[in-house]
Write a protein that binds this ligand. Structure first.
Ligand SMILES: [Fe+2]
Length: 294
């Protein structure tokens, strides 16, 4: 839900001021989001401040550290804690400590059925779009241990920018996408019946703190959009943003020792090929918390 008191509500006259503040001095290039840090497990005050400043502006920041090819899951866990990220989502396929190791699954079977464990392209989405509203993913971290021989590039778009681009095109798109039943994830079945109930919810909503939250997937299977002219037009416009050449879309690849800290911004990943000497490996941590102070 977006309350009328929010500048993000289509009928609130404070929107232009909110937009102009958002776009002022907005990062122009991926490099503007990058901070060099010595050790993400124990940031210095200036490193932390530099990352937080970027997150406050763009809902995301990248770091490059000297921990290249160090396989240590305390890296995302300890980094998250420094940004107030405590409540990890232990999703279906996370390891026991609720931090997921993303690699290409060696064995065909359970993990191999899920795209994040393959080397195929991953379409635009926010993490946990299938979660219940009260279990929304507000932030996630990626830390790269090793990268593929080729490919595996990410696209990133601040969800507040996605909102602005759509609203500037037509406020009716926002009205359509803030509907409470605009996007439905059908139930997931397993051998014993319904493993997860159907989930309906909005694409754009505000959190109790007033900040924008987005839930989206460009997948066309396992997703049902509300069948109205307004919703179809809005979804088409959103797809055009993601598939277009907006200068606000950042593209780049996480190299070993690098990572992403973000308020669950929409993202995609190109396909990749592991080589004989490299196997892409990332840690991912998803949180019910938003980054503190952002
Ligand atoms: Fe993701």
């Amino acid at each position: 839900m977006i309350p009328l008191s929010s500048p993000l509500h289509p009928d609130n006259p404070a929107y232009p001021a909110w937009r102009d503040a958002k776009l002022a001095a907005y990062p122009a290039r991926l490099e503007d989001l990058l901070v060099e840090v010595a050790d993400p497990r124990a940031l210095t005050m200036s490193e932390h401040a530099a990352l937080l400043a970027r997150i406050r502006k763009a809902n995301m920041a990248l770091y490059a550290s000297r921990l290249t090819e160090v396989a240590d899951k305390s890296i995302p866990r300890l980094l998250g804690l420094q940004f107030g990220l405590e409540r990890l989502d232990s999703n279906l396929l996370a390891d026991e400590d609720a931090i997921t190791t993303l690699t290409v699954a060696e064995e065909p079977g359970r993990k191999g059925d899920y795209i994040p464990y393959t080397n195929r392209p991953l379409r635009w989405h926010t993490d946990g779009y299938y979660n219940r509203a009260e279990n929304g993913i507000c932030a996630f971290l990626l830390h790269c241990v090793d990268t593929a021989s080729e490919g595996g590039e990410n696209g990133l778009l601040d969800h507040e920018i996605a909102y602005i681009l759509l609203r500037e095109e037509d406020p009716a798109h926002i009205r359509a996408l803030m509907g409470e039943t605009v996007m439905t994830i059908p139930p997931r079945m397993d051998e014993s019946g319904v493993a997860r109930a159907a989930e309906s919810g909005p694409v754009f909503a505000t959190l109790p703190s007033g900040q924008l939250h987005m839930r989206y997937t460009a997948r066309t299977r396992s997703i049902e959009w509300q069948d109205t002219i307004e919703v179809r037009a809005a979804v088409t416009a959103l797809e055009a943003v993601f598939n277009g050449t907006s200068p606000y879309i950042f593209r780049g690849r996480l190299e070993p020792g690098m990572g992403l800290v973000c308020n669950n911004v929409p993202h995609c990943r190109s396909g990749f090929n592991d080589g004989p000497s490299h196997k892409r490996m990332l840690y991912r941590a998803r949180y019910f918390d938003r980054i503190a102070g952002s």
